[in-house]
Design a protein around this ligand. Structure first.
Ligand SMILES: [Zn+2]
Length: 206
């Protein structure tokens, strides 16, 4: 299994998407990159997992879906966001994004669901706070934390469906997750040692 952190020049918000490959099969965490950004890997994209519904994480969802026709996984609570420009905040950027592919391709998961796709086992952890349906994904000992936890900060909790209280519980939860590497939705990657200290620090500030 190989994990590539990919940023698109067409995404001005510096969103990280992660392509996880096993031979020719792949899954993608977040849709902040376009098919052009991953064509060179020559992969068969099986599924896209969305950490949450904000525009910078879903902006190329239509292009990716039209090209790969793959399933899209999102939490139940953030699902409506991909059909509502005021929840996904694309209206702020005057883009008015809504998903226009086949609705039956949108699959939802619940907390602790383990979804198996080919050789990938994706454990879904609901980590609300940044949005009502924010999720993190654990694949082997790799934690994909979206905008819940970054290398050097935590996600904002002043959006429409945010909750600072839920964010606190989510950080308490992530503190107990058995991971080695952290793959956040923005900025650089990190690891468990750095995050043990960081999460404690964030929680003490709450
Ligand atoms: Zn966000």
């Amino acid at each position: 299994m190989e994990i590539k952190k990919i940023n698109s020049l067409k995404n001005r918000m510096g969103t990280n998407s992660y392509l996880i490959m096993d031979n020719n099969s792949a899954i993608l965490i977040d849709a902040g990159i376009s098919p052009d950004d991953i064509l060179k890997y020559n992969i068969n994209l099986k599924a896209i997992f969305l950490t949450h519904c904000h525009y910078d994480h879903i902006m190329f969802l239509n292009e990716l879906y039209n090209f790969y026709k793959c399933d899209i996984y999102i939490s139940e609570k953030d699902k409506n966001g991909i059909f509502d420009e005021s929840i996904n905040l694309s209206n702020v950027f005057k883009r008015n994004f809504t998903f226009d592919g086949n609705k039956s391709s949108i699959k939802t998961f619940k907390d602790n669901d383990i979804i198996q796709i080919g050789n990938f086992n994706i454990k879904c952890l609901l980590t609300p706070g940044h949005t009502a349906g924010s999720a993190s994904f654990l694949i082997e000992k790799n934690l994909f934390s979206g905008d819940t936890l970054f290398a050097e900060s935590i996600g904002r909790t002043d959006f429409k469906t945010s909750s600072p209280l839920e964010q606190k519980s989510s950080l308490e939860r992530l503190e107990k997750v058995d991971f080695l590497k952290l793959y956040p939705g923005h900025s650089r990657m990190s690891d468990i040692n750095e995050q043990k200290t960081n999460i404690k620090q964030w929680l003490s500030n709450y």
